[in-house]
Ligand binder design. Structure first.
Ligand SMILES: [Zn+2]
Length: 231
């Protein structure tokens, strides 16, 4: 049985899990928030601590990495993170292989999630699918004819900074009206807070979910409000 160490570098969260090849259960799993002023070095040192605590002295047979940003999956190099400083051209595959002495594979988180849904989830039985992730950012991943389709420089499905409203609000990438500016968790929360501060009679459900403390509104709270009715 192969022991797989799985790592997830998100924009605001870091997670690691240990599982046996073919199993759908974690043997061990730990996650934590990355600090607001995180950079590549703090992300890596937090991740190494998480890895030590899930491995408990065991040695993995292989490492799989999901990264929240554009990745060159062939070389295992992170191109950049829009959310955490210092990730430009970091050879993450090599860093992990040198440190742990086993093979590591790295891909963009939406591509990995698309593969997960294709293999174990909503995409089972289908030949091709497009997966959309909405979290700190907005990303997408293709499975075409049973294979991940990464496109030129791994950018296939990277819909986050496609412009859908040229006159829309300014995005962290410098453009206006990107999908991510309008639909990511943190930006939706920011927009909703601004609207509710101006329009004090709107948002009954949202206000009750956060007990009138608008600072507590997050993308998750907005989803809960949407699920429970129009607010
Ligand atoms: Zn953008």
């Amino acid at each position: 049985m192969k022991l797989i160490l799985a790592l997830d570098f998100g924009g605001t969260k870091l997670a690691t899990g240990l599982t046996n090849n073919g199993s759908k259960e974690w043997l061990n799993y730990k996650r934590c928030l990355s600090p607001t002023n995180a950079d590549v070095n703090t992300d890596l040192s937090i991740m190494y601590e998480l890895i030590d605590s899930v491995l408990e002295g065991q040695k993995p047979d292989v490492i799989g990495v999901s990264f929240g940003g554009p990745v060159d999956a062939n070389t295992g190099t992170v191109r950049l993170s829009h959310h955490v400083k210092g990730w430009e051209n970091i050879p993450l595959k090599k860093l992990l292989e040198d440190k742990f002495g086993v093979s590591a594979n790295i891909d963009n988180d939406a591509n990995v999630a698309a593969l997960g849904e294709y293999s174990f989830g909503a995409g089972r039985g289908y030949n091709s699918l497009f997966y959309i992730t909405v979290s700190t950012g907005v990303g997408g991943g293709w499975i075409l004819n049973g294979q991940p389709w990464r496109g030129f420089e791994g950018m296939a499905g990277e819909i986050g900074h496609a412009i859908i409203d040229p006159d829309g609000p300014l995005c962290l990438c410098g453009k206006r009206g990107c999908v991510e500016r309008l639909a990511s968790g943190p930006y939706m929360a920011q927009d909703v807070r601004e609207i509710l501060r101006k329009e004090t009679k709107k948002g009954e459900i949202l206000r009750s979910l956060v007990e009138n403390n608008l600072d507590l509104i997050t993308g998750k709270v907005i989803s809960e409000a949407a699920n429970s009715g129009i607010s």
